[in-house]
Structure formats: structure tokens, C-alpha cells
Design a protein around this ligand. Structure first.
Ligand SMILES: O=C(O)CCC(=O)C(=O)O
Ligand SMILES: [Fe+2]
Length: 293
């Protein structure tokens, strides 16, 4: 009898997770789990193992307060407080980024990025909760940067070996309405002071799987070090376009209550800003990771 008939629909991870892969190289849905509840060490370990294996996990039908989202995220590491998108002072949950666009505030055009690569220890993952999802639009695109790296030619892989790139907070946020309206120049200046440019390898080895992945992104990677400006610009553009091809990608059509948890060490993403004037509200928690090697 063919193996596909014998195989169950879902694969078990540990004893507790029911998982369905959604795409050939990455992405899986985890069924029957309430992220707002307390979880055993075994369940948390199984979630982490599933994240590392599938790189992007979907949990449907969640209802989470910012506090619950923060508590769940903290099981995986220390949380990052974003220097600009930190939901302002006096808030009980500055670790939860509120993304809220609608009729009064058109969505910003996004570009592919890996979150917060402008710090020395970029996030291992982000957890994004869809609080209010428009009827149409506002999908999020993801790319598997391990699959993208693996598909490069051997000579190009050799050329990338040992290269490092400069990542700069200001590259993306210079043009952001978050401070670009001039309403809070001091907040921006402080963020700038606290986040000087950092250097990361162009190809990163995943700390848990050993898989290699591209670690350059349109939002924050400014220059490949040691190259001339035109060489760096052309090589970065080549790598970005390569990674954005559909065979490395997944497009998520959100439903209210969806939670996506991505491994930020080996993926990139962008939201499609096509839903104006509908409202779209998301909450994000960002878990700090290791220094890339
Ligand atoms: O709103 C989205 O779908 C993604 C926004 C984003 O880039 C993020 O939360 O890291
Ligand atoms: Fe992001």
C-alpha cells in the first residue's frame, strides 16, 4: 500500500502537538492549542522543536490579551522592547508592539525584512497575533532563507563565505512616519544613539539546526563590508531578488485570531499594504536570540 495512505494527516511532535505542514519547505499549522493557557515544559519544548523544524508556525482561533501574549513569548527567551514601536511610556506591556492601520492611518508600504537585525543579538523569533483582520488584503509574505541559500550556485556560495554586512536601524526607520512626522525627534535621537550600526555574517548558520541561510535584508542591511559601494549594492540586490522568488515563499491569508510564530534566524517577511481603508490590527512580541555566526 502506498506510504501516503498509511501516513496520518498530522505528524506528532513529542506527545502533545498535532501538526500539519502547509508548504513544501517550511510552515506548519499547530492544532488544538490555546496559547493563553499555561503549558508544561514538554509542550513548550515541542513548540520550540516544531518552530525550529518548520520555521513558521500557525495557531488558529486564539484570544490573547497583551499580557498573555507576553507571558507565552517569554517561555522562549527575553523580549525585545522596540526603540520606536514600543507603544509609548506608561504602558504595562511595552514589549507588545501594536500595529494598527485603518481609515485614518493608511498602511505603510513594507519591504522584505528579518526583524530587528540592527542589534547585536537579533530576535530568534517573533509572535504576531491578528486582532482585527480586514475582509480582503493585508496578507503577510514569508520566505525560507535556508531554502534560498541552498539554491544558490556553489561558486556564489563560496564567494559569500566569510563576508559580513553592516545593519543599520536608521536605514528603515529614517523614512518612517513613526518619527518622520517630527512629533518626537528626541525619541528618534535616543533610539539612534542606543542602536549604532552592527555587523553580521551574510550567511548565517542556524544555532540549533546548523542549516545555513541568507542573513541580509532590504530593511536594515546597508553594505557588505569590504566591497565597493556598487559591488555591495548589486550583490545585495541579487541576493534579495533571489530570496523573494515564489518557490521559497509562503503567503499567509489571515483570519482574526491567527497567531504566527516565525523563526527569525532563517526567514524574512513583509506585509502587503493593500487593504486601505479597512482596519487591520496586530500585536507582536519579539524574542531575543543569539549573536549570529
Ligand atoms: O503586519 C504584518 O503582517 C507584519 C508586520 C511585521 O513586519 C512584523 O510584525 O514584524
Ligand atoms: Fe517584521
Amino acid at each position: 500500500m502506498p506510504k501516503t495512505i498509511l501516513a496520518p494527516r498530522a505528524e506528532a511532535v513529542g506527545t502533545e502537538l498535532d501538526i500539519t505542514p502547509l508548504n513544501p519547505t517550511f510552515v506548519a499549522e499547530v492544532h488544538d492549542i490555546d496559547l493563553g493557557a499555561r503549558h508544561s515544559t514538554e509542550t513548550l519544548a515541542a513548540i520550540r522543536a516544531a518552530l525550529v523544524k518548520h520555521k513558521l508556525l500557525l495557531f488558529r482561533d486564539q484570544v490573547l490579551t497583551p499580557r498573555q501574549q507576553k507571558d507565552f513569548a517569554r517561555n522562549f527567551g527575553e523580549l525585545h522592547v522596540h526603540p520606536l514601536l514600543n507603544n509609548d511610556e506608561g504602558n504595562d506591556n511595552p514589549e507588545i508592539i501594536l500595529l494598527d492601520y485603518g481609515p485614518d492611518r493608511p498602511p505603510e508600504r513594507d519591504e522584505f525584512h528579518t526583524d530587528v537585525t540592527f542589534i547585536a543579538t537579533p530576535p530568534l523569533g517573533s509572535i504576531l497575533y491578528g486582532v482585527e483582520i480586514p475582509e480582503h488584503g493585508g496578507d503577510t509574505l514569508f520566505a525560507d532563507l535556508g531554502a534560498a541559500y541552498a539554491a544558490l550556485s556553489e561558486p556564489l556560495k563560496r564567494a559569500l563565505e566569510g563576508l559580513t554586512a553592516r545593519h543599520d536601524f536608521e536605514r528603515s526607520f529614517r523614512t518612517s512616519p513613526y518619527y518622520g512626522d517630527g512629533s518626537d525627534p528626541e525619541k528618534f535621537a535616543k533610539a539612534r544613539r542606543n542602536n549604532p550600526p552592527v555587523s553580521h555574517p551574510v550567511v548565517r548558520t542556524h544555532p540549533e539546526t546548523g542549516e545555513k541561510g541568507l542573513f541580509v535584508n532590504r530593511a536594515f542591511t546597508d553594505t557588505i563590508e569590504g566591497l565597493q559601494r556598487h559591488e555591495s549594492d548589486a550583490l545585495l540586490e541579487l541576493l534579495w531578488r533571489h530570496a523573494e522568488q515564489p518557490q521559497f515563499g509562503y503567503r499567509h491569508r489571515w483570519r482574526t485570531g491567527d497567531v504566527l510564530f516565525w523563526d527569525n534566524r532563517i526567514t524574512q517577511h513583509m506585509v502587503v499594504a493593500d487593504y486601505f481603508p479597512q482596519r487591520r490590527r496586530m500585536h507582536r512580541a519579539t524574542i531575543l536570540g543569539d549573536r549570529p555566526v
